[in-house]
Design a protein around this ligand. Structure first.
Ligand code: NAD
Length: 244
């Protein structure tokens, strides 16, 4: 439950998706009021708004009708498509429209699902945190558009009454996933399992989907608290940034 006396009203953008649905479930489980905005409807147990985030009027309409005070924005085309224009349209133009609609409708909080891939350029990265810079050349169009969206969301923090935060999950696994396991099964079916990347010691981060959903609720709640003083911030980041 939210730590303020006034409970937030949530709109999960991309709430029909894998992670989005788990966020909806987590909000319902703690008794919060939640609606979904998506281009696809997969569930009918919460109010649903059909729309595309690149259309600011559609987002604004859903915000007004639902009385949203906190947006959790998880929408994105899946990674791995050969369509840079789609990534730009949804992740960059769409996120810009979400921010503009949120500010116009007096929404108080925006939590954005970014990606750990925004700091990845193909070289090894170990133990990095949020201080790691974006690479000069992004890994691909998906990660470039996610980085741009993250930058816009964070730049909007504190503007026109909107507080913002961005999370960078690594690989997400768990029930409802339609991408990762399907990809593994395809590789297996093609009898490609004897292929190996690197020296077989490569590591990749994975997080269980309910934990990623929980992190989004914690992030939303954290925006209720006053920002850290510079001293508190320094204490938190006093450890040196690991070498990349
Ligand atoms: P998903 O494809 O299951 O869900 C995304 C949802 O967004 C879908 O329901 C889709 O219909 C919706 N959507 C897409 N374009 C839209 C648009 N223009 N307007 C409105 N809705 C739209 O993906 P997911 O795996 O649940 O990923 C959720 C978020 O997490 C994404 O932002 C993704 O970039 C990020 N992420 C995912 C992973 C992962 O391993 N799955 C890792 C890191 C970050």
């Amino acid at each position: 439950m939210s730590s303020t006396s006034t409970r937030d009203v949530y709109l999960v953008i991309g709430g029909s998706g894998f992670l989005g649905r788990h966020i909806v479930n987590a909000l319902l489980a703690r008794g919060d009021i939640v609606s979904v905005f998506d281009i696809v409807q997969r569930y009918d147990d919460v109010p649903f708004f059909s729309g595309d985030i690149s259309d600011e009027a559609q987002v604004g309409d859903a915000l007004k009708k639902s009385g949203t005070t906190c947006i959790i924005h998880t929408a994105s085309p899946a990674h791995g498509l050969e369509d840079p224009a789609l990534y730009w349209k949804v992740n960059v133009d769409g996120t810009k429209a979400v921010i503009a609609a949120a500010q116009a409708c007096g929404v108080r909080k925006l939590v954005y699902t970014s990606s750990a891939g925004v700091v990845f350029n193909g070289a090894d990265i170990i133990d990095v945190d949020e201080r790691a810079p974006f690479p000069e050349k992004a890994m691909d169009a998906y990660n470039e558009s996610k980085a741009k969206a993250e930058e816009m969301v964070l730049a909007a923090n504190g503007k026109q009454g909107l507080l913002t935060i961005a999370l960078r999950p690594a690989g997400i696994f768990g029930p409802g996933d339609r991408q990762v396991m399907a990809g593994f099964v395809e590789v297996y079916k093609k009898n490609q399992t004897h292929f190996q990347i690197g020296d077989n010691n490569n590591l990749f981060d994975w997080t269980y989907v309910e934990n990623v959903a929980h992190a989004h609720l914690l992030a939303a709640d954290k925006l209720n608290e006053p920002p850290l003083t510079p001293e508190q911030k320094n204490q938190l980041i006093s450890n040196p940034l690991p070498q990349i």
